[in-house]
Design a protein. Structure first.
Length: 492
Protein backbone atom coordinates (compact mmCIF):
# COMPACT_ATOMS: atom_id res chain seq x y z
CA UNK A 1 0.00 0.00 0.00
CA UNK A 2 1.13 3.53 -0.80
CA UNK A 3 -1.03 6.21 0.78
CA UNK A 4 -4.65 5.57 -0.22
CA UNK A 5 -3.74 3.46 -3.28
CA UNK A 6 -2.97 -0.25 -3.52
CA UNK A 7 0.33 -0.17 -5.44
CA UNK A 8 1.72 -3.68 -5.16
CA UNK A 9 4.78 -4.46 -7.25
CA UNK A 10 3.74 -8.13 -7.21
CA UNK A 11 0.83 -7.32 -9.53
CA UNK A 12 1.04 -7.32 -13.30
CA UNK A 13 -0.46 -4.05 -14.54
CA UNK A 14 -1.68 -2.89 -17.94
CA UNK A 15 -2.81 0.43 -19.38
CA UNK A 16 -3.04 2.39 -22.61
CA UNK A 17 0.02 4.64 -22.83
CA UNK A 18 -1.43 6.83 -25.61
CA UNK A 19 -4.47 9.15 -25.55
CA UNK A 20 -7.86 7.93 -26.69
CA UNK A 21 -9.20 8.78 -30.13
CA UNK A 22 -8.41 7.77 -33.70
CA UNK A 23 -4.69 7.60 -34.49
CA UNK A 24 -2.22 5.75 -36.68
CA UNK A 25 -0.80 4.01 -33.63
CA UNK A 26 -1.81 3.09 -30.08
CA UNK A 27 0.46 1.74 -27.33
CA UNK A 28 -0.65 -0.66 -24.61
CA UNK A 29 1.89 -1.12 -21.81
CA UNK A 30 2.20 -4.22 -19.62
CA UNK A 31 4.48 -4.58 -16.58
CA UNK A 32 5.01 -7.09 -13.79
CA UNK A 33 6.08 -10.65 -12.99
CA UNK A 34 3.38 -12.28 -15.18
CA UNK A 35 4.07 -10.36 -18.38
CA UNK A 36 5.30 -13.39 -20.28
CA UNK A 37 2.33 -15.51 -19.15
CA UNK A 38 -0.10 -12.82 -20.33
CA UNK A 39 1.66 -12.49 -23.67
CA UNK A 40 1.51 -16.24 -24.28
CA UNK A 41 -2.28 -16.03 -24.07
CA UNK A 42 -2.87 -12.78 -25.96
CA UNK A 43 0.02 -12.46 -28.46
CA UNK A 44 1.14 -14.59 -31.41
CA UNK A 45 4.23 -14.29 -33.64
CA UNK A 46 3.77 -13.24 -37.25
CA UNK A 47 4.63 -16.63 -38.77
CA UNK A 48 1.50 -18.33 -37.38
CA UNK A 49 -0.66 -16.60 -40.00
CA UNK A 50 -2.21 -19.15 -42.35
CA UNK A 51 -4.17 -18.07 -45.42
CA UNK A 52 -4.79 -14.63 -43.96
CA UNK A 53 -6.02 -15.93 -40.59
CA UNK A 54 -4.39 -16.77 -37.29
CA UNK A 55 -5.10 -20.24 -35.95
CA UNK A 56 -5.31 -18.99 -32.40
CA UNK A 57 -5.95 -22.03 -30.25
CA UNK A 58 -3.30 -24.14 -31.97
CA UNK A 59 -0.60 -21.43 -31.94
CA UNK A 60 -0.08 -20.81 -28.22
CA UNK A 61 2.83 -23.24 -28.09
CA UNK A 62 4.51 -21.25 -30.85
CA UNK A 63 4.16 -18.02 -28.83
CA UNK A 64 5.60 -19.83 -25.79
CA UNK A 65 8.58 -21.08 -27.80
CA UNK A 66 9.38 -17.62 -29.20
CA UNK A 67 9.08 -15.81 -25.88
CA UNK A 68 11.08 -18.42 -23.95
CA UNK A 69 14.09 -17.79 -26.17
CA UNK A 70 14.09 -14.03 -25.58
CA UNK A 71 16.98 -13.09 -23.27
CA UNK A 72 17.14 -9.34 -23.82
CA UNK A 73 15.13 -6.37 -25.15
CA UNK A 74 13.60 -7.19 -28.53
CA UNK A 75 11.00 -6.07 -31.07
CA UNK A 76 8.91 -8.81 -32.71
CA UNK A 77 6.16 -8.54 -35.32
CA UNK A 78 3.01 -10.45 -34.55
CA UNK A 79 -0.69 -10.44 -33.75
CA UNK A 80 -2.79 -9.66 -30.67
CA UNK A 81 -6.13 -11.25 -29.98
CA UNK A 82 -9.16 -9.12 -29.26
CA UNK A 83 -11.37 -11.93 -27.94
CA UNK A 84 -11.43 -15.68 -27.37
CA UNK A 85 -12.78 -16.36 -30.87
CA UNK A 86 -9.64 -15.59 -32.82
CA UNK A 87 -10.29 -12.00 -33.88
CA UNK A 88 -6.90 -10.29 -33.98
CA UNK A 89 -4.95 -7.32 -35.36
CA UNK A 90 -1.30 -7.00 -36.39
CA UNK A 91 1.11 -5.41 -33.96
CA UNK A 92 4.71 -4.84 -32.96
CA UNK A 93 5.73 -6.33 -29.61
CA UNK A 94 8.48 -4.52 -27.71
CA UNK A 95 9.55 -6.87 -24.94
CA UNK A 96 11.97 -6.41 -22.02
CA UNK A 97 12.08 -9.77 -20.21
CA UNK A 98 14.32 -8.73 -17.32
CA UNK A 99 15.65 -5.84 -15.19
CA UNK A 100 16.84 -3.83 -18.21
CA UNK A 101 13.40 -2.25 -18.64
CA UNK A 102 12.30 1.22 -17.50
CA UNK A 103 10.72 -0.30 -14.37
CA UNK A 104 13.53 -2.85 -13.73
CA UNK A 105 10.96 -5.63 -14.09
CA UNK A 106 9.51 -7.53 -17.08
CA UNK A 107 7.76 -5.04 -19.37
CA UNK A 108 6.07 -5.18 -22.77
CA UNK A 109 4.51 -2.70 -25.14
CA UNK A 110 2.00 -3.60 -27.83
CA UNK A 111 2.04 -1.10 -30.71
CA UNK A 112 -1.13 -1.61 -32.73
CA UNK A 113 -3.89 0.26 -34.60
CA UNK A 114 -4.97 3.51 -32.93
CA UNK A 115 -8.61 2.56 -32.43
CA UNK A 116 -10.45 2.92 -29.13
CA UNK A 117 -12.43 -0.35 -29.56
CA UNK A 118 -9.20 -2.22 -30.33
CA UNK A 119 -7.42 -0.79 -27.29
CA UNK A 120 -10.41 -1.49 -25.03
CA UNK A 121 -10.63 -5.09 -26.23
CA UNK A 122 -6.90 -5.57 -25.75
CA UNK A 123 -7.01 -4.22 -22.20
CA UNK A 124 -9.91 -6.54 -21.41
CA UNK A 125 -7.97 -9.52 -22.77
CA UNK A 126 -4.93 -8.83 -20.62
CA UNK A 127 -7.12 -8.32 -17.54
CA UNK A 128 -8.83 -11.63 -18.19
CA UNK A 129 -5.47 -13.38 -18.30
CA UNK A 130 -3.77 -12.17 -15.14
CA UNK A 131 -3.22 -8.41 -15.27
CA UNK A 132 -5.06 -5.51 -13.67
CA UNK A 133 -5.59 -1.94 -14.85
CA UNK A 134 -2.78 0.36 -13.71
CA UNK A 135 -3.32 3.39 -11.50
CA UNK A 136 -2.16 6.84 -12.59
CA UNK A 137 1.64 7.08 -12.45
CA UNK A 138 2.12 3.46 -11.45
CA UNK A 139 4.65 2.67 -14.20
CA UNK A 140 6.81 5.66 -13.23
CA UNK A 141 6.39 4.76 -9.56
CA UNK A 142 7.78 1.30 -10.25
CA UNK A 143 10.73 2.87 -12.06
CA UNK A 144 11.40 4.94 -8.93
CA UNK A 145 11.00 2.03 -6.52
CA UNK A 146 13.30 -0.04 -8.74
CA UNK A 147 16.01 2.61 -8.54
CA UNK A 148 15.85 3.50 -12.22
CA UNK A 149 15.01 7.17 -11.51
CA UNK A 150 14.81 9.43 -8.47
CA UNK A 151 11.90 11.65 -7.44
CA UNK A 152 13.13 14.71 -9.35
CA UNK A 153 13.31 12.61 -12.53
CA UNK A 154 9.87 11.13 -11.85
CA UNK A 155 8.45 14.65 -11.66
CA UNK A 156 10.30 15.47 -14.87
CA UNK A 157 8.31 12.72 -16.60
CA UNK A 158 5.16 14.62 -15.65
CA UNK A 159 6.83 17.84 -16.79
CA UNK A 160 7.47 16.35 -20.24
CA UNK A 161 3.84 15.25 -20.52
CA UNK A 162 2.41 18.61 -19.41
CA UNK A 163 4.89 20.92 -21.17
CA UNK A 164 3.16 23.88 -22.84
CA UNK A 165 6.18 25.21 -24.75
CA UNK A 166 9.49 24.11 -26.23
CA UNK A 167 11.30 25.75 -23.34
CA UNK A 168 9.32 23.85 -20.71
CA UNK A 169 9.80 20.64 -22.70
CA UNK A 170 13.57 21.16 -22.87
CA UNK A 171 13.75 21.98 -19.14
CA UNK A 172 11.83 18.82 -18.24
CA UNK A 173 14.05 16.68 -20.49
CA UNK A 174 17.19 18.08 -18.86
CA UNK A 175 15.78 17.31 -15.43
CA UNK A 176 14.82 13.81 -16.58
CA UNK A 177 18.42 13.30 -17.74
CA UNK A 178 19.69 14.16 -14.26
CA UNK A 179 20.14 17.91 -14.57
CA UNK A 180 18.87 18.41 -11.02
CA UNK A 181 19.49 15.06 -9.35
CA UNK A 182 23.19 15.09 -10.20
CA UNK A 183 24.05 18.30 -8.30
CA UNK A 184 21.75 17.24 -5.43
CA UNK A 185 23.46 13.86 -5.16
CA UNK A 186 26.87 15.52 -5.40
CA UNK A 187 26.06 17.75 -2.41
CA UNK A 188 24.66 14.78 -0.49
CA UNK A 189 27.74 12.64 -1.20
CA UNK A 190 30.06 15.43 -0.02
CA UNK A 191 28.06 15.78 3.18
CA UNK A 192 28.15 12.01 3.77
CA UNK A 193 31.93 11.97 3.34
CA UNK A 194 32.31 14.91 5.70
CA UNK A 195 29.98 13.31 8.25
CA UNK A 196 32.01 10.08 8.10
CA UNK A 197 35.19 11.98 8.99
CA UNK A 198 33.39 13.79 11.81
CA UNK A 199 31.95 10.56 13.21
CA UNK A 200 35.33 8.89 13.04
CA UNK A 201 36.87 11.77 14.96
CA UNK A 202 34.17 11.50 17.60
CA UNK A 203 34.69 7.73 17.93
CA UNK A 204 38.42 8.21 18.48
CA UNK A 205 38.17 11.38 20.56
CA UNK A 206 40.41 9.88 23.26
CA UNK A 207 43.09 8.88 20.76
CA UNK A 208 45.86 11.11 19.42
CA UNK A 209 44.33 11.03 15.92
CA UNK A 210 43.10 14.08 13.98
CA UNK A 211 40.69 13.43 11.13
CA UNK A 212 39.61 17.03 10.55
CA UNK A 213 41.07 20.25 11.85
CA UNK A 214 38.80 23.21 12.50
CA UNK A 215 40.19 24.97 9.42
CA UNK A 216 39.65 21.96 7.17
CA UNK A 217 36.10 21.57 8.47
CA UNK A 218 35.32 25.22 7.74
CA UNK A 219 36.71 24.90 4.20
CA UNK A 220 34.66 21.80 3.42
CA UNK A 221 31.49 23.27 4.89
CA UNK A 222 31.99 26.54 3.04
CA UNK A 223 32.43 24.77 -0.30
CA UNK A 224 29.32 22.63 0.18
CA UNK A 225 27.30 25.62 1.41
CA UNK A 226 28.17 27.63 -1.72
CA UNK A 227 27.15 24.74 -3.97
CA UNK A 228 23.80 24.40 -2.17
CA UNK A 229 23.18 28.15 -2.21
CA UNK A 230 23.90 28.39 -5.95
CA UNK A 231 21.58 25.47 -6.66
CA UNK A 232 18.79 27.09 -4.64
CA UNK A 233 19.21 30.32 -6.60
CA UNK A 234 19.39 28.37 -9.86
CA UNK A 235 16.11 26.53 -9.58
CA UNK A 236 14.36 29.66 -8.31
CA UNK A 237 11.16 29.96 -6.37
CA UNK A 238 8.21 29.58 -8.75
CA UNK A 239 5.67 28.22 -6.29
CA UNK A 240 3.30 31.16 -6.83
CA UNK A 241 3.69 31.44 -10.61
CA UNK A 242 1.89 29.18 -13.06
CA UNK A 243 4.09 26.83 -15.04
CA UNK A 244 3.02 28.19 -18.44
CA UNK A 245 3.77 31.84 -17.64
CA UNK A 246 1.35 34.50 -16.42
CA UNK A 247 0.84 37.76 -18.32
CA UNK A 248 -1.12 40.34 -16.30
CA UNK A 249 -2.78 43.39 -17.88
CA UNK A 250 -2.75 46.38 -15.51
CA UNK A 251 -3.52 50.08 -15.86
CA UNK A 252 -5.89 52.88 -14.95
CA UNK A 253 -9.67 52.38 -15.21
CA UNK A 254 -11.05 52.41 -18.76
CA UNK A 255 -7.57 52.01 -20.29
CA UNK A 256 -8.76 49.32 -22.70
CA UNK A 257 -7.52 46.29 -20.77
CA UNK A 258 -10.69 44.23 -21.20
CA UNK A 259 -10.93 45.06 -24.90
CA UNK A 260 -7.32 43.99 -25.38
CA UNK A 261 -7.95 40.83 -23.34
CA UNK A 262 -10.89 39.91 -25.60
CA UNK A 263 -8.98 40.72 -28.79
CA UNK A 264 -6.02 38.52 -27.82
CA UNK A 265 -7.90 35.54 -26.38
CA UNK A 266 -11.36 35.69 -27.90
CA UNK A 267 -12.67 36.07 -24.36
CA UNK A 268 -15.85 37.70 -23.16
CA UNK A 269 -14.69 40.24 -20.62
CA UNK A 270 -17.26 42.96 -20.07
CA UNK A 271 -16.39 46.11 -22.07
CA UNK A 272 -17.85 49.50 -21.15
CA UNK A 273 -16.90 53.17 -21.59
CA UNK A 274 -17.68 53.60 -17.89
CA UNK A 275 -14.54 53.30 -15.73
CA UNK A 276 -14.42 50.63 -13.01
CA UNK A 277 -16.52 48.04 -14.86
CA UNK A 278 -14.09 45.22 -14.04
CA UNK A 279 -14.21 44.33 -10.33
CA UNK A 280 -12.42 40.97 -10.38
CA UNK A 281 -9.75 39.39 -12.55
CA UNK A 282 -10.41 37.18 -15.58
CA UNK A 283 -7.96 34.69 -17.06
CA UNK A 284 -7.74 32.80 -20.34
CA UNK A 285 -5.18 30.82 -22.29
CA UNK A 286 -3.20 32.89 -24.78
CA UNK A 287 -1.59 31.05 -27.72
CA UNK A 288 1.65 32.66 -28.90
CA UNK A 289 2.89 30.71 -31.91
CA UNK A 290 3.21 27.34 -30.18
CA UNK A 291 3.66 28.72 -26.66
CA UNK A 292 0.74 28.79 -24.24
CA UNK A 293 0.48 31.45 -21.52
CA UNK A 294 -2.19 32.62 -19.11
CA UNK A 295 -3.46 36.14 -19.82
CA UNK A 296 -5.08 37.93 -16.88
CA UNK A 297 -7.36 40.99 -17.04
CA UNK A 298 -7.53 43.02 -13.82
CA UNK A 299 -9.53 45.89 -12.34
CA UNK A 300 -8.24 49.40 -13.05
CA UNK A 301 -6.02 51.21 -10.54
CA UNK A 302 -6.22 54.99 -10.44
CA UNK A 303 -3.46 55.89 -7.96
CA UNK A 304 0.06 54.86 -7.10
CA UNK A 305 2.07 55.93 -4.10
CA UNK A 306 5.83 56.63 -4.41
CA UNK A 307 8.01 53.71 -3.38
CA UNK A 308 5.37 51.04 -4.05
CA UNK A 309 6.35 48.02 -6.15
CA UNK A 310 2.74 47.27 -7.05
CA UNK A 311 -0.46 49.27 -7.40
CA UNK A 312 -3.12 49.57 -4.76
CA UNK A 313 -1.26 51.10 -1.82
CA UNK A 314 -2.92 54.48 -1.63
CA UNK A 315 -5.19 56.38 0.74
CA UNK A 316 -8.23 54.56 2.02
CA UNK A 317 -10.68 57.37 1.28
CA UNK A 318 -9.55 57.77 -2.30
CA UNK A 319 -9.56 54.02 -2.84
CA UNK A 320 -13.10 53.63 -1.58
CA UNK A 321 -14.34 56.45 -3.77
CA UNK A 322 -12.84 55.08 -6.97
CA UNK A 323 -12.73 51.29 -6.70
CA UNK A 324 -13.78 48.70 -4.15
CA UNK A 325 -10.99 47.70 -1.78
CA UNK A 326 -11.40 44.01 -2.63
CA UNK A 327 -11.02 44.79 -6.34
CA UNK A 328 -7.79 46.74 -6.06
CA UNK A 329 -6.43 44.19 -3.54
CA UNK A 330 -7.06 41.50 -6.14
CA UNK A 331 -5.32 43.59 -8.80
CA UNK A 332 -2.33 44.07 -6.53
CA UNK A 333 -2.12 40.32 -5.91
CA UNK A 334 -2.28 39.49 -9.62
CA UNK A 335 0.38 42.13 -10.33
CA UNK A 336 2.73 40.42 -7.85
CA UNK A 337 2.04 36.94 -9.28
CA UNK A 338 2.78 38.02 -12.84
CA UNK A 339 5.54 36.45 -14.88
CA UNK A 340 5.21 39.45 -17.19
CA UNK A 341 3.45 42.75 -16.48
CA UNK A 342 1.77 44.64 -19.34
CA UNK A 343 0.75 48.20 -18.57
CA UNK A 344 -2.12 49.46 -20.74
CA UNK A 345 -1.91 53.20 -21.38
CA UNK A 346 -5.00 54.97 -22.71
CA UNK A 347 -4.03 56.68 -25.96
CA UNK A 348 -6.89 59.16 -25.68
CA UNK A 349 -5.96 60.47 -22.22
CA UNK A 350 -3.05 62.57 -21.06
CA UNK A 351 -0.80 60.82 -18.54
CA UNK A 352 -0.56 62.10 -14.97
CA UNK A 353 2.03 61.70 -12.24
CA UNK A 354 0.52 58.41 -11.01
CA UNK A 355 0.58 57.03 -14.55
CA UNK A 356 4.27 57.81 -14.82
CA UNK A 357 4.98 56.03 -11.54
CA UNK A 358 3.11 52.93 -12.64
CA UNK A 359 4.99 52.88 -15.95
CA UNK A 360 8.32 53.20 -14.15
CA UNK A 361 7.42 50.27 -11.90
CA UNK A 362 6.51 48.10 -14.91
CA UNK A 363 9.76 48.98 -16.70
CA UNK A 364 11.79 48.11 -13.61
CA UNK A 365 10.11 44.69 -13.64
CA UNK A 366 11.07 44.22 -17.32
CA UNK A 367 7.42 44.57 -18.36
CA UNK A 368 5.84 46.08 -21.46
CA UNK A 369 4.12 49.45 -21.91
CA UNK A 370 1.28 49.19 -24.43
CA UNK A 371 -0.54 52.20 -25.82
CA UNK A 372 -4.19 51.25 -26.36
CA UNK A 373 -6.94 52.86 -28.48
CA UNK A 374 -4.34 53.83 -31.09
CA UNK A 375 -7.09 54.14 -33.70
CA UNK A 376 -8.24 57.20 -31.73
CA UNK A 377 -4.70 58.55 -31.38
CA UNK A 378 -3.62 62.08 -30.68
CA UNK A 379 -0.95 63.81 -32.75
CA UNK A 380 2.41 62.15 -33.38
CA UNK A 381 4.14 65.00 -31.55
CA UNK A 382 2.10 64.34 -28.40
CA UNK A 383 2.72 60.58 -28.72
CA UNK A 384 6.50 60.95 -28.90
CA UNK A 385 6.53 63.46 -26.03
CA UNK A 386 3.98 62.04 -23.62
CA UNK A 387 3.74 58.29 -24.37
CA UNK A 388 7.11 56.48 -24.23
CA UNK A 389 5.59 53.08 -25.07
CA UNK A 390 6.82 49.74 -26.45
CA UNK A 391 3.75 48.81 -28.54
CA UNK A 392 0.90 50.89 -30.01
CA UNK A 393 -2.26 48.96 -30.75
CA UNK A 394 -6.03 49.01 -31.09
CA UNK A 395 -8.18 46.14 -29.88
CA UNK A 396 -11.07 47.16 -32.16
CA UNK A 397 -9.18 47.77 -35.43
CA UNK A 398 -6.46 45.15 -34.82
CA UNK A 399 -3.61 47.61 -35.33
CA UNK A 400 -0.44 46.42 -33.58
CA UNK A 401 -1.90 43.19 -32.18
CA UNK A 402 0.46 40.95 -34.17
CA UNK A 403 3.39 43.07 -33.05
CA UNK A 404 2.22 42.72 -29.45
CA UNK A 405 1.96 38.95 -29.78
CA UNK A 406 5.50 38.77 -31.12
CA UNK A 407 6.80 40.97 -28.32
CA UNK A 408 5.08 38.84 -25.66
CA UNK A 409 6.40 35.62 -27.14
CA UNK A 410 9.94 36.95 -27.38
CA UNK A 411 9.97 37.70 -23.64
CA UNK A 412 9.34 34.01 -22.95
CA UNK A 413 11.45 32.62 -25.80
CA UNK A 414 14.64 34.52 -24.90
CA UNK A 415 14.45 33.46 -21.24
CA UNK A 416 13.90 36.94 -19.81
CA UNK A 417 10.61 35.86 -18.22
CA UNK A 418 10.96 32.15 -17.40
CA UNK A 419 13.81 29.72 -17.35
CA UNK A 420 14.81 27.52 -14.44
CA UNK A 421 16.56 24.22 -14.20
CA UNK A 422 13.66 22.56 -12.38
CA UNK A 423 10.09 21.99 -13.49
CA UNK A 424 7.60 23.89 -11.37
CA UNK A 425 6.27 20.84 -9.50
CA UNK A 426 9.80 19.99 -8.32
CA UNK A 427 10.44 23.52 -7.15
CA UNK A 428 7.17 23.54 -5.23
CA UNK A 429 8.10 20.30 -3.46
CA UNK A 430 11.83 20.83 -2.96
CA UNK A 431 12.16 24.56 -2.38
CA UNK A 432 11.58 24.31 1.35
CA UNK A 433 13.92 21.31 1.69
CA UNK A 434 16.79 23.00 -0.12
CA UNK A 435 16.28 26.20 1.86
CA UNK A 436 16.54 24.15 5.06
CA UNK A 437 19.80 22.64 3.80
CA UNK A 438 21.26 26.08 3.09
CA UNK A 439 20.12 27.45 6.46
CA UNK A 440 21.49 24.47 8.38
CA UNK A 441 24.88 24.62 6.69
CA UNK A 442 25.06 28.35 7.34
CA UNK A 443 24.45 27.77 11.04
CA UNK A 444 27.20 25.16 11.08
CA UNK A 445 29.65 27.52 9.38
CA UNK A 446 28.86 30.40 11.72
CA UNK A 447 29.19 28.24 14.83
CA UNK A 448 31.93 29.71 17.09
CA UNK A 449 35.06 27.62 17.63
CA UNK A 450 33.97 24.79 15.22
CA UNK A 451 36.96 22.63 16.21
CA UNK A 452 35.37 22.02 19.62
CA UNK A 453 31.78 21.57 18.45
CA UNK A 454 31.98 18.62 16.07
CA UNK A 455 28.94 17.01 17.70
CA UNK A 456 26.71 20.03 16.98
CA UNK A 457 28.03 20.37 13.43
CA UNK A 458 27.36 16.67 12.84
CA UNK A 459 23.74 17.21 13.88
CA UNK A 460 23.33 19.97 11.27
CA UNK A 461 24.96 17.81 8.60
CA UNK A 462 22.68 14.84 9.38
CA UNK A 463 19.63 17.11 9.09
CA UNK A 464 20.86 18.43 5.74
CA UNK A 465 21.44 14.88 4.47
CA UNK A 466 17.89 13.93 5.46
CA UNK A 467 16.49 16.96 3.62
CA UNK A 468 18.45 16.08 0.47
CA UNK A 469 17.32 12.48 0.79
CA UNK A 470 13.69 13.58 0.74
CA UNK A 471 14.32 15.62 -2.40
CA UNK A 472 15.78 12.80 -4.48
CA UNK A 473 13.75 10.05 -2.82
CA UNK A 474 16.46 8.32 -0.79
CA UNK A 475 14.15 9.06 2.15
CA UNK A 476 10.41 9.04 1.52
CA UNK A 477 7.02 8.27 3.01
CA UNK A 478 3.99 6.62 1.45
CA UNK A 479 2.01 9.86 1.69
CA UNK A 480 4.75 11.76 -0.15
CA UNK A 481 4.73 9.27 -3.03
CA UNK A 482 0.94 9.29 -3.10
CA UNK A 483 0.90 13.09 -3.48
CA UNK A 484 3.50 13.06 -6.26
CA UNK A 485 2.26 10.18 -8.40
CA UNK A 486 -1.47 10.88 -7.99
CA UNK A 487 -1.03 13.75 -10.50
CA UNK A 488 0.05 11.38 -13.28
CA UNK A 489 -2.28 10.12 -15.97
CA UNK A 490 -3.02 6.43 -16.53
CA UNK A 491 -0.38 4.59 -18.54
CA UNK A 492 2.61 6.63 -17.34
Amino acid sequence: MLGNNAFSTDDTIVAAATPSGPAALAVVRLCGPRVRECLEKVWRPADVCEAGAVVWSESRSRARDVLSKVSGPICISGWVGLDDHGRCVPCKLYYWPDHRSFTRSPLAEIHCLGSDPVVAALLQQFCQHGARLAEGGEFTLRAFLGGRIDLTQAEAVLGVIQANSDREFDRALKQLAGGLSQPLNKIRDMLLDLLADLEAGLDFADEDITFLTGEMLQQHLGRIYEDARRLLADIGDRQTVTAVGRIVLVGKPNAGKSSLFNALTGGRALESPEPGTTRDYLSATLELDGLQCELVDTAGIDCFEPGDSAPGQYSKNKAESEIEPSAYATTRQQWQLASLQVFCLDGTALPCRDTSRMMDSVRQANGLIVLTKFDQRVSEQQLSTLFPTDIRCSAHSGIGLDQLRRALRSRFADGSVTGNRAVASTVARCGENLQAVVSGLKQAIEMPDPGNHHELIAVEIRAAIDQLGQMVGAVYTDDMLDRIFSRFCIGK
